[in-house]
Design a protein around this ligand. Structure first.
Ligand SMILES: Nc1ncnc2c1ncn2[C@@H]1O[C@H](COP(=O)(O)OP(=O)(O)OP(=O)(O)O)[C@@H](O)[C@H]1O
Ligand SMILES: [Mg+2]
Length: 237
């Protein structure tokens, strides 16, 4: 029996959210955060009620990608996500940490995750995009255990290092009955073959202009990166 009262609040916080899509990929640095942010912006720009939750407690970066000032959220029986461009609702641990580096052990990550998802008021959403930290560690296991409707979207690169880890993880998730919403192949060469993992939602090439668009939602939406990724947003709606 679990006596943590926050676990009972979680169910209520997510009852108005139709789809919860955890952007994972299990390897570090493959583009999970930029894919999460741009995909969330694209869904919001299409008029879908969309939220974005940065669950990378020790390496939160979505506030930098989106240029969201790390101001303490408004408290009203829980905390309100920040409202960004196109009505995108955004929550990150960065809003509570004052810009400091955050060393955390596994148990502390689980505790912070429970707290953040128990207090955040998402309201009614069509999509909640969740930017996951790398690996199948505490955050991934705890979040998918607490929010049972979570589907995973895998970001992979053509590198054998990323692809082999993704293939193993997808097989494990299938065994566990976890839904795979799709696969985004990032940093894909123009002429290379598509990822063997299905369902492939988009192939995204290296975009040298992405770096200068970081911090501006409107600039991000106009990048070649966003153009390539739009196939994923189209296929999800
Ligand atoms: N297609 C792309 N074109 C250009 N730059 C890219 C592309 N994909 C990712 N990047 C850049 O690569 C870096 C790593 O991306 P990102 O932080 O999204 O990876 P991540 O998987 O979230 O990393 P972590 O595992 O640390 O959370 C960032 O600087 C990002 O802007
Ligand atoms: Mg990241």
């Amino acid at each position: 029996m679990n006596l943590d009262p926050r676990l009972y609040a979680v169910e209520e916080r997510f009852c108005g959210v139709k789809r919860v899509i955890a952007v994972s990929g299990w390897k570090g640095g493959v583009g999970k955060s930029v894919v999460s942010c741009v995909l969330a912006l694209q869904l919001a720009a299409k008029g879908r009620k969309t939220g974005l939750l940065d669950l990378d407690f020790t390496g939160a970066s979505d506030h930098l990608v989106l240029g969201a000032e790390p101001a303490f959220p408004k408290e009203t029986d829980g905390v309100e996500p920040h409202l960004l461009a196109h009505g995108l609702k955004f929550m990150s641990s960065a809003f509570f940490l004052g810009g400091k580096a955050v060393p955390m052990r596994g148990g502390e990550v689980v505790d912070a995750l429970r707290e953040l998802i128990a207090i955040t008021r998402w309201g009614e959403l069509d999509y909640l995009i969740v930017d996951m930290p790398p690996g199948i560690g505490d955050a991934t296991l705890e979040f998918s255990r607490l929010v049972r409707k979570t589907e995973f979207l895998a970001v992979v690169t053509p590198s054998v290092l990323s692809a082999s880890l993704a293939a193993k993880t997808v097989a494990l998730f299938e065994e566990w009955g976890i839904t795979l919403a799709g696969v985004v192949e990032n940093l894909a060469p123009q002429d290379g073959g598509a990822s063997s993992l299905a369902p492939a939602l988009a192939r995204v090439a290296y975009d040298p202009a992405l770096e200068s668009a970081l911090g501006s939602p409107e600039a991000l939406l106009k990048t070649a990166f966003a153009k390539d990724l739009s196939a994923a947003a189209d296929r999800l709606v």
